[in-house]
Design a protein around this ligand. Structure first.
Ligand SMILES: CN1CCCC[C@@H]1Cn1ccc2ccc(-c3n[nH]c(N)c3C#N)cc21
Length: 241
């Protein structure tokens, strides 16, 4: 997969040189390219913003600069992803869908956002365009959201995560449940013991205990997920363990 990120803060994406995503880049599993939007400006001040039509506070990012940049970067196959607080909330389902794409281009806005005609333009020209939000809170720009989405998508690519099996069991995974509690040595810490079943070696009982804790957690912390629960996947997953 090729991923392009266009931003006025290229250094913000340095974290993608680290850990699993960094290793995936070195292994050639992920071709990640970060671009400075200002490289597509033509004035001496490298201006990327202007005042909003209709008035109001702040500045809006210019469509001409973004259009020149995206025409270059999108190529023939790019799927344009625009992080925005007004987008669909990004979920594991979006990560799974984006992970099937060959080429993603993330447009990181700043100020009050990117001129709305930019997303409209590429949608109208037949491109896949996803306007996505990582949650119901306001950030200062799209870079943090891009870091989140690139990690969530990148880790699903074949060969990136050591044990692909582990992707199945995760929170928001196939069954749509939150993760069960996990424990490691020592068996007693600060007078806290480990649930006895985990020391039993009885795999079926351990699987059942884990599923019950995951259901309990989901019902308590994310009742909204219970309504969307894919019982078939849950049973299939449960029976597989
Ligand atoms: C604050 N400032 C005026 C109000 C509107 C937003 C603006 C800042 N801003 C500019 C570009 C941009 C892109 C994404 C996000 C963003 N915020 N929260 C999310 N979940 C986001 C995503 N994904 C914020 C952005």
């Amino acid at each position: 997969m090729r991923v392009d990120v266009v931003t006025v803060f290229p250094d913000y994406l340095a974290a993608l040189d680290l850990s699993l995503i960094g290793k995936a880049r070195q292994a050639g599993l992920l071709d990640l390219r970060v671009h400075d939007l200002r490289d597509w400006t033509t004035d001496r001040h490298r201006t990327v913003d202007d005042t909003p039509f209709g008035g109001g506070a702040g500045m809006v990012m210019r469509p001409d600069v973004w259009g020149t940049a995206l025409d270059d970067v999108l190529g023939d196959d790019g799927h344009l992803v625009v992080p925005t607080p007004s987008g669909e909330v990004f979920t594991q389902r979006h990560a799974e869908a984006l992970a099937t794409e060959e080429h993603l281009v993330f447009a990181c806005g700043r100020y009050e956002g990117i001129d709305a005609r930019v997303a409209e333009h590429y949608r109208a020209s037949g491109r896949r365009v996803s306007e996505l939000s990582i949650g119901d809170y306001v950030l200062n720009g799209g870079e943090v959201a891009t870091l989140v989405m690139v990690e969530a998508v990148g880790r699903l690519l074949p060969g990136v995560v050591g044990n692909p099996e582990s992707l199945v069991e995760e929170s928001h995974g196939a069954a749509g449940l939150l993760e069960y509690p996990v424990y490691t040595k020592p068996p007693v810490w600060a007078e806290h013991e480990i649930p006895e079943v985990l020391l039993s070696g009885h795999h079926a009982k351990i699987a059942r205990w884990r599923r019950d804790r995951a259901l309990e957690r989901t019902a308590t912390r994310r009742p909204d997920l219970i309504a969307a629960l894919d019982v078939a996947a849950l049973d299939k997953h449960d029976l597989a363990t």
